[in-house]
Each structure stands twice: as C-alpha cells, then as structure tokens.
Design a protein around this ligand. Structure first.
Ligand code: FPP
Length: 253
C-alpha cells in the first residue's frame, strides 16, 4: 500500500498502487439489513442508496475511474410490485437529487440494460442523466438498471445479425470483439473486479460476458453498511491477487 501525496488540501488516504480500472458492484443485502433492523424492506433500499452515494464518493476519492452498480435486474420484476415500485421511486429521487451534483463533479453516467417495460418517466430520467453528463470525463458511473447480462448479449447478437442482414457487416466479421462493441458497456473496459456484498456467492446475471476474467470478491457486509472502509478492503484484496488471463504465473519456470 502506498500513501497518496496530499496535493489539494484533501485528507491523506492510502490506496493500493495497482487500482482496478473498472469495478462492478452487486449491492446485495438491503432487504436482510432492513428485516434485521425491524424495518420495511423499502427502508433497506433507501439506506442502500445512501451507501451508493458514499461508495461513489469514496471511489472518486481513491482515484478509480469506472464503477458499475447493479441497481435493478431483469429478474427483479419477480419481486412484489410494491417493492419494484419502491425501487423505481428511489431511482427517480436519486436522479432528481443527485444529478446536478454528479454533473458538477465531472461524473459521466451511463445506463446499462433494456428500457423495455420501464415506466416512461423513468426512461426519460435515465436519458436525462446520460445526456446531462455526456461531456463529463473524470469518473464514469455505470448504472445497470433493468439489466440482465444474457438479455444484453441477446440484444447485441440481434443488432449484429441486423447489420449482417442489411449488408453492413459480413458473417466473418462476427467475432468476440464485434459482440463486445455492441454491448451496452462498450465504452467501459471489462471489470477488473466484481464485488458482491450480502453473503451470496454468485453473479446473478451481472456483466456475465464482461466478467470472463474479473476477480470476484465476496463480502459478508450487507449493502446498507458498505462504505469507504469496505471499498478499500476490496481494493487491497484485489491488489494481492495474481491475474494470469489464461497465461502462466510469474513464478512458473
Ligand atoms: C439487493 O438487495 C438489492 C437490490 C435488488 C437493489 C439494489 C438497489 C439499491 C442499492 C438502491 C437503488 C439504487 C438506485 C440508483 C435506484 P436485496 O433486496 O436482494 O436484499 P436481500 O437479499 O437481503 O433481500
């Protein structure tokens, strides 16, 4: 670990020297946190948004460039409608309350997922968030909303097939790079690390294509309790991992 020099009057902090380029987070455990605290699940999600705010702040402070959070999955429609509605309301509130600040902090927002099935005003707000921050460049926040990795891949395949049918691409041009260029995340590097909170150990359809070589870090903390200290711990875990991308260890003879 190296301490970063203090250059602008902000407090000194320590971050590992090899930071991941892109972090994905599966923010799990809101419901359990609420139930354990004797509160309705919706309050767990509300606290989850607070944890998200703190995490974005910490990620910026620690010098990260890309963060993608799993906010609502294509499978979350299976939840009771009241909970789905509560999650939509939280997204509305988040964009209405935080967009101006994020814009002024030079954060670029990208939304991943399908707009199919979403209320029109939610689509408008997601468009607004992307449009208002399109010129920003200091920090990239990906919001996976109504997102499912398999749906994203199928949509990309459909777009590629359409181009072939229209004569814009040949069959031979379809390779993994061509598919990746048609994914929602095409402007983001693949995630170096995916963090999942809440004691579950799976990807749940999050960035399944992009996660081919991601380091997976599972943390017991429930999402509403996640903060800078947990992000730093994950960065340290990542820094200690050896990544080989199918090659050999540096220790191999
Ligand atoms: C998983 O916890 C979390 C979600 C399904 C939603 C995550 C959403 C937020 C953190 C807030 C929304 C953010 C925005 C920007 C709108 P869970 O409900 O599955 O928890 P459980 O496994 O304990 O039940």
């Amino acid at each position: 670990m190296t301490a970063q020099p203090v250059s602008n009057g902000t407090p000194e902090f320590a971050a590992p020297s090899n930071l991941p380029g892109h972090i994905g987070i599966i923010m799990d455990g809101n419901g359990r946190w609420a139930t354990r605290s004797g509160l309705p699940r919706s309050v767990g999600h509300e606290r989850g948004v607070d944890a998200l705010r703190e995490t974005v702040k910490a990620a910026q402070k620690l010098g990260l460039s890309y963060l993608t959070v799993y906010s609502f999955s294509t499978e979350n429609w299976r939840r009771p409608m009241a909970e789905v509605t509560a999650l939509f309301s939280l997204l509305r509130l988040f964009i209405k309350k935080d967009l101006k600040r994020l814009k002024s902090e030079n954060v670029k927002i990208s939304v991943f997922g399908t707009r199919e099935g979403l209320p029109e005003d939610i689509c408008d707000l997601l468009d607004l968030a992307e449009r208002e921050t399109a010129e920003n460049s200091r920090f990239n926040l990906g919001i996976a909303f109504n997102y499912g990795g398999r749906e994203e891949i199928a949509r990309a395949a459909r777009d590629v097939a359409r181009k072939v049918a229209d004569g814009e691409m040949t069959l031979d041009e379809i390779d993994q790079h061509a598919i990746a260029r048609h994914l929602d995340t095409r402007a983001f590097p693949d995630p170096d690390v995916i963090i999942r909170t809440g004691q579950e150990h799976r990807l749940s359809n999050f960035l399944v294509w992009q996660a081919a070589y991601s380091e997976l870090i599972f943390m017991d903390v429930l999402w509403p309790e996640f903060g800078e200290v947990h992000l730093r711990a994950a960065l340290e875990t990542f820094a200690a991992r050896e990544r080989r991308f199918g090659g050999l260890s540096s220790e191999a003879g």
